[in-house]
Design a protein around this ligand. Structure first.
Ligand code: SF4
Length: 358
């Protein structure tokens, strides 16, 4: 699609709108726990958690994570399984592993202090331009820009920039770098843009009537606020059907660890098999144990990226044979201490009625 950008020279109302946006943010911003600190470590953790996860969910995780790993050194020296357990339920587990790896790099390269230099921050494992901009601007008030989905949306609408998704992202970075205050207030500015996108300039039905930049907004003036930014083309969802075995012995539950590589590597789940039209009957022997299928306990649905997963919970029983890795018996009361996949949390909560596992 040809670019129909209208962002020529910065319009004069832009300056008033910027002031309005900052004033609005000072008054209306949500009181979130990570906004009460300038500790770069705490801000970094919040930014890592907030990617792909709702604020309401992150608050509890962030509070518990900070209590468990209060600083860079605590995270660097933690066992990976403990970090994954604290992360369990947030998804995208590579982020948790990267956090720990980056903490170790900060200890090794920067004596445990979060670096203030953008190059040094970007060189840490798993830290990209967004997180670099967020931590440096919010914690140290450095004039670093950032762009996330909220910022792309706000800027695309404010300046009526019409381009395919990838080009809009690149354009938003350029624009954000131009707009970020160069002397002081970069952190407030970046957060104001994101807050506007999260609470007012939302993906559907933006609340233009209470928007602080409405007078300068070109998308609103042209009736494009529900059109921009252009949506990414999403791949067709893939349907997957799984069977998760609920196997108990005494007070123990049989769990399975996922392989060390690939998606959700190393996390725990109920022993799980894929079912397909060509393979309607299960072969529990593939799990490495003699398992006798019992009744189906229920059905749950789960979504991971573009997979739509239907999970049949099915009871199974095993004899006295010892189980070997990747299977393991775990006391039912200790299930919550494992680094579980999100799907396993749902399945266990459904099987045992333990809402705290969800
Ligand atoms: S006026 Fe509407 S479309 Fe424009 S930035 Fe504000 S909320 Fe978004």
């Amino acid at each position: 699609m040809p670019k129909r950008s209208t962002d020529t020279a910065a319009p004069a109302p832009e300056f008033a709108a910027r002031r309005e946006l900052l004033a609005w943010y000072a008054k209306e911003r949500r009181d979130l726990p990570w906004r009460r600190t300038r500790d770069p470590y705490a801000i970094w953790i919040s930014e890592a958690m907030l990617q792909q996860t709702r604020v309401e969910t992150v608050i509890g995780y962030w509070t518990r994570f900070l209590a468990r790993f209060p600083d860079v050194r605590a995270l660097a020296s933690a066992d990976e399984s403990d970090v994954l357990t604290a992360w369990s339920g947030l998804g995208y587990y590579r982020r948790a592993r990267s956090l720990r790896a980056a903490a170790q790099a900060i200890v090794a390269r920067h004596d445990g202090k979060f670096p203030r230099d953008a190059e040094a921050v970007r060189a840490l494992p798993g830290i990209g331009p967004y997180t670099t901009g967020a931590v440096l601007s919010i914690a140290f008030d450095q004039p670093e820009a950032l762009v996330d989905g909220n910022v792309v949306r706000v800027l695309s609408r404010w300046f009526a920039h019409d381009a395919p998704a990838a080009a809009a992202q690149r354009w938003a970075w350029e624009r954000a770098r131009e707009l970020v205050p160069k002397s002081k207030g970069a952190g407030e500015w970046n957060q104001a843009l994101m807050e506007l996108g999260a609470t007012v300039c939302t993906p559907r039905s933006p609340a233009c009537e209470r928007c602080p930049v409405a007078k300068a907004c070109l998308a609103r003036a042209r009736g494009l606020e529900n059109v921009l930014p252009r949506a990414k083309e999403r791949p067709e969802p893939i349907d997957v059907e799984l069977v998760a075995w609920v196997v108990e012995r005494g007070g123990d539950v049989l769990v399975e660890q996922r392989p060390e590589t690939g998606r959700m590597a190393g996390l725990w789940q109920l022993p799980t098999e894929q079912r397909s039209p060509r393979r309607p009957q299960l072969f529990p022997a593939e799990l490495g144990i003699e398992l006798t299928p019992g009744p189906e306990l229920g059905l749950l649905r789960h979504a991971i990226t573009h997979h739509r997963i239907r999970v049949v919970l099915q009871r199974g029983t095993v004899g006295r044979a010892r189980v070997a890795a990747p299977l393991r018996w775990v006391p039912k009361a200790e299930l919550g201490t494992l680094a579980l996949t999100g799907m396993a949390r749902k399945a266990l909560a459904a099987a045992f009625g333990r809402p705290n596992l969800e």
